[in-house]
Design a binder for this molecule. Structure first.
Ligand code: PAF
Length: 289
């Protein structure tokens, strides 16, 4: 076996002291450290984050932790998929150097009462439907960034509001980590990759394509010179609503930083959509132009 065909060696640890020792050694060796936080159930979207980290950094950490504080009381934390072996293999194949998968009691020890909250940005869109979700995300991401001390941390554009909130947290709290947002990975027909796609029947999956169609429609209309954003929002909504089995939560055009709905076109905009397709809730977005 040539050295090239040997599997990439990856340290797997649940121990934060061991993590800190490895990070300190990498830092001491002058290595640029990248971190990809995940909740596992990895798909090609996650792998693309790891590949980008691999291309840009010397030492790549992936974290795998199903974070209970970002699940609402009616969302089924217990049922969240946890295919550890498959996830581990994907991390290794993507060239991850260290996989950190802490256990619940080390992340949230008895007596844990401290949360990180980003006001405003978290109240709209996804936050309106999932009121405690983002405070769970920001709290765990702050903890993971403190533990891994990366130069760069990688998040997907697919969760547009999440990355905007994490950027704001990082700016407001002067975190030393650069937040990198990587493009959404899509199936060839346009469906954005998501762990939730696994819940879709073939018919629901076909209906789910209406989210991407609505976003493309918004982009086309802006490109064609339409300046009435309300009219575009209505067209996006209609595109999804005319598809059987789709119940629209929102279809909007907003400022990409504040996520405030826009009344006038501006150079940078983001189209955001969310809908329930059968029992599954899907979200998607597109930057315009
Ligand atoms: O996007 C996710 O998978 C999670 O929200 C994150 C950022 C890993 C925090 O648990």
């Amino acid at each position: 076996m040539s050295a090239d065909s040997l599997p990439h060696s990856m340290l797997i640890t649940a121990d934060s002291a061991e993590l800190r020792r490895s990070v300190a050694a990498a830092r001491h060796a002058g290595q640029l450290i990248g971190c990809v936080p995940t909740m596992g159930a990895l798909h090609a979207g996650h792998v693309s984050l790891m590949q980008q980290a691999r291309a840009e950094c010397d030492f790549v950490i992936a974290t795998l932790f199903v974070n209970p504080t970002q699940f609402g009381p009616t969302e089924d934390l217990q049922k969240y998929p946890r295919p550890f072996e498959a996830d581990r293999d994907k991390c290794r194949a993507a060239g991850v150097d260290l996989l950190f998968h802490p256990d619940l009691s080390s992340m949230y020890p008895t007596g844990f009462v401290t949360f990180v909250e980003v006001d405003g940005l978290t109240a709209r869109w996804e936050g309106a439907v999932r009121p405690t979700h983002f405070r769970g995300v920001t709290t765990v991401v702050a903890k993971l960034l403190n533990l891994t001390q990366p130069d760069k941390a990688y998040f997907g554009q697919k969760d547009f509001q999440q990355q905007a909130i994490i950027r704001r947290m990082s700016r407001d709290l002067d975190l030393p980590t650069e937040i990198v947002t990587c493009p959404t990975v899509r199936d060839p027909d346009g469906l954005a990759l998501s762990s939730r796609n696994a819940y879709l029947s073939p018919t629901e999956r076909a209906s789910g394509l209406s989210l991407h169609r609505a976003l493309c429609l918004a982009r086309e209309k802006v490109r064609a010179g339409e300046t009435n954003l309300d009219a575009i929002r209505l067209a996006m909504r209609a595109e999804m609503e005319q598809t059987p089995g789709v119940a629209v939560d929102y279809a909007t055009i907003a400022d990409p930083d504040s996520l405030v709905e826009l009344s006038e076109p501006q150079p940078r905009m983001v189209a955001l959509v969310a809908a329930r397709v059968g029992p599954t809730r899907l979200i998607d977005n597109l930057l315009i132009p």
